[in-house]
Ligand binder design. Structure first.
Ligand code: SF4
Length: 344
């Protein structure tokens, strides 16, 4: 029998179909909630021995450690780079990624164990780099307060990348942690176009809301930048659109900004192209040409987007407290291993 995990529900349970073997092997408890915000979603509650993950040295990412309390993401961005990772769980990279979420319910407890290891060197820990740790499930499971407290108590600096406004729930705790260790944040906003947002990031707070989050964090002393990504070819990439987005980022008081064009890696590529064929069939041929080399857009296009972003960020003086040097962070490391930063 393939499925033996316990099923629990606070309401409308569906029948018990065949379920993913890797999660069964972890003894997952399956849970559904009857409230409108979780309609159609299934949560797999698992207990992890460890939640501190080492980033492979060859990845060239600017951090060595991550914590990811969830797998799958109800923010449901069509382009999400993390989609393929759901196939490792015998779930699909499309609708399952959006609606079947793994929850490491003992994440805080496991993290305290990890950080209590005498060999732990209190290196920087990045969160939100695989899937969003402030997705809707966090409102119910409340894992982040325990995680932040553990990092504070073990004097471990950390950063959070998110599209979720729920991070503001934990603002007092973040401010408290920042008295002990460096704490920084980034929100990702690829465009301020509300029509595009509704189509490609259907489960997320609006871009305007995310920029309000950025402003609130900065006002509270938690330095917050903006990842202006992904820039979507032929949808959000004109000079005017980029200028409009960067102006809004500057108005939110972002401490720094960086950004890149859309990548289409396996998993995300199929889901994105199916969406494009439904919503913008006139663009399919142009996308196939632009991405004929693989996951990356043609080099000339990426250079064009980089230059537009950099020029605009500099024009708006993002992160310049009067010294004239804008805080444009070159995205080279993102270009190397984009799968490490699913949120872009
Ligand atoms: S891009 Fe980020 S916020 Fe969007 S679905 Fe993926 S992990 Fe969630």
């Amino acid at each position: 029998m393939r499925w033996a995990a316990q099923q629990v529900s606070d309401g409308d349970v569906a029948a018990s179909p065949d379920r993913p073997l890797p999660l069964v092997e972890q003894g997952a408890t399956v849970r559904r909630f009857p409230t409108p915000e979780f309609r159609g979603m299934t949560f797999y509650e698992v207990r992890s021995k460890s939640v501190l993950n080492r980033v492979p040295a060859e990845s060239q990412m600017p951090f060595a450690w991550t914590v990811n309390p969830y797998r799958g993401c109800s923010h449901a961005c069509v382009y999400c780079f993390a989609r393929k990772t759901h196939t490792y769980l015998d779930l699909d990279a499309g609708a399952d990624f959006d609606s079947q979420v793994v929850v490491k319910v003992n994440a805080a407890e496991a993290l305290r164990r990890d950080l209590g290891n005498p060999n732990w060197r209190r290196e920087h820990v990045a969160m939100g780099t695989n899937v969003d740790c402030y997705q809707r499930a966090e409102g119910r499971y409340r894992l982040m307060p325990g995680i932040i407290s553990a990092l504070r108590d073990f004097a471990t600096p950390f950063s959070i990348l998110t599209k979720g406004s729920l991070i503001l729930r934990d603002l007092p705790l973040l401010v408290d942690a920042a008295t002990v260790v460096p704490v920084t944040a980034n929100v990702s906003v690829g465009s301020t176009d509300r029509h595009v947002w509704r189509g490609v990031e259907p489960g997320t707070p609006s871009p305007q809301k995310r920029l309000e989050v950025c402003a609130r964090l900065n006002d509270s002393g938690i330095g917050c930048g903006v990842l202006i990504a992904p820039i979507l070819p032929y949808l959000t990439d004109s000079e005017e659109q980029i200028e409009q987005t960067v102006a809004a980022v500057a108005a939110a008081g972002a401490t720094h900004a960086t950004g890149i064009a859309l990548h289409l890696r396996p998993g995300a590529r199929e889901w994105w192209m199916a969406w494009l064929a439904r919503e913008h069939p006139e663009l399919v041929t142009r996308y196939k040409a632009l991405y004929r080399g693989g996951a990356y857009a043609a080099p000339a296009y990426r250079r064009l987007i980089h230059d537009r972003l950099k020029t605009s960020v500099r024009r708006h003086g993002i992160g310049t407290p009067g010294d004239g040097n804008s805080r444009w962070l070159p995205p080279a490391e993102l270009e190397q291993r984009p799968e490490q930063l699913a949120l872009i």
